[in-house]
Design a protein around this ligand. Structure first.
Ligand code: PLP
Length: 396
């Protein structure tokens, strides 16, 4: 049985991911253990998902309480914890209503549908188009891969879904085209995570917001990766001083329990009425319990406190950059960090794994660091020591 599990050639799981050759079995805080008992420092957080670290006590407790009560009942009935969670999310954001689903792609699907139904009801003389950006990533469903501005994600799945127009991220000239295109909405990430951990320039976003306001174009911010404290504030948009019309969330929303959400302002949100959209599992009692406990803990215990860790890690990485020419630059926001290197980033990820440290790539030459927001100085030091050693051994 174990051989069957370990041999990638005979796996019965479809081959959609290039998996590292380890089988993780257990996690706590910033650490995970494999089936052989090897311990790893996890600076991936399940791709920006386990923001409170692995198996956080507060979420475990909420889930255990809910496990004894009710697991699922469908959205044909009121679910108290779901309603409480929605209210909490609207209190901590600039949004008025929440639609719950199960993933980032599903949250973006909901945003695309909401923008379309709103425009079809209330707008005249607009092209039924949503502007997105090159190098963006919005998901793997047909609509969201069509929204994604990366050919490698779309290739082989043609025909793509119509209704998307791609502009160049951070390009002021390209922004001017928006008034000519006259789209119903613009959808963007404020840090392009999968596309290389590239933050949006502040002035560029300011200009984008001005154009959207002037022309009554909806602004959808995909915070699936940047949300839930990952960039240092609960939502990345807070650092850009504007209020989006629609925000999408997933990943860090449930500490690893699958949940996504699409939040919108009124009157846009009110365009979804009975029968226009749905999701069997969306915001079910278990998922909503995990989400509520996660976001309450983030609000009360983490967001204002982890600035020190952010500053410490960035300072030390900038220090490493001075001694290692392999590092070309460091980019990102908060604890969503891209270390641009002069070689295939996979080489560094593999070397780190051998040192007992899990990190990620974002594109060809970017090492992506996503420590949990609960990370400690000691854990950061452990990472830095390993990273430093690897860079020395690689000769730079
Ligand atoms: N949007 C962004 C910005 C993402 O980073 C991702 C996943 O990496 C998604 C959407 C898709 O999320 P999911 O994999 O939960 O469908």
């Amino acid at each position: 049985m174990l051989n069957r599990i370990l041999d990638p050639a005979i796996t019965t799981v479809m081959n959609t991911y290039q998996r590292a050759p380890i089988h993780l079995q257990k996690g706590k805080g910033s650490y995970v253990w494999d089936m052989e008992g090897n311990k790893y420092l996890d600076f991936t957080s399940g791709i920006a998902t386990c923001n409170l670290g692995h198996v956080p006590d507060t979420v475990k407790k909420a889930l255990e309480e809910q496990l004894d009560m009710l697991w699922h009942c469908s959205n044909l009935y009121h679910i108290q914890v779901q309603e409480k969670f929605a209210s909490f999310l609207t209190e901590i954001s600039c949004m008025d209503q929440v639609f719950f689903c199960n993933s980032g792609a599903e949250a973006n699907e909901a945003a695309i549908k909401l923008a379309r139904i709103y425009a079809n009801k209330f707008k005249e003389n607009v092209s039924p188009v949503i502007v997105t950006f090159k190098q963006s990533f919005h998901g793997r469903t047909l609509a969201t891969l069509s929204a994604t501005g990366q050919e490698k994600v779309q290739k082989g799945f043609e025909p793509l879904m119509p209704g998307f127009h791609y502009l160049t991220y951070n390009d002021a000239q390209d922004l001017k085209k928006i008034e000519t295109i006259c789209p119903i909405a613009v959808m963007l990430e404020l840090v392009q995570g999968e596309g290389g951990v590239i933050p949006a320039n502040k002035e560029w976003v300011e200009e984008l917001v001005t154009i959207c306001k002037k022309n009554n174009i909806l602004l959808i911010v995909d915070e699936v990766q940047t949300g839930m404290g990952r960039t240092g504030t609960m939502f990345a948009y807070e650092q850009y001083n504007f209020e989006p019309d629609i925000v999408t969330l997933a990943k860090g929303l449930g500490s690893g329990f699958p949940i996504g959400a699409m939040l919108a302002k009124n009157p846009i949100a009110k365009s979804f009425v009975h029968g226009t959209h749905g999701s069997t599992f969306g915001g079910n009692p278990l998922a909503a319990s995990a989400g509520l406990a996660t976001v309450q803990f983030l609000t009360n215990n983490i967001i204002s406190k982890n600035n020190e860790m952010i500053i410490y890690l960035w300072d030390e990485l900038n220090h490493l950059k001075k001694t290692h020419p392999i590092i070309k630059s460091i980019q990102g926001k908060g604890l969503l960090i891209g270390v641009v290197v002069d070689r295939d980033a996979n080489q560094i990820v593999e070397a780190a794994r051998k040192e007992g440290v899990l990190i990620l790539t974002a594109g060809q030459n970017v090492v992506r660091l996503l420590p949990p927001l609960t990370v400690t100085v000691e854990e950061i030091d452990q990472f830095l020591n390993s990273f430093n050693k690897i860079l020395y051994e690689m000769g730079g």
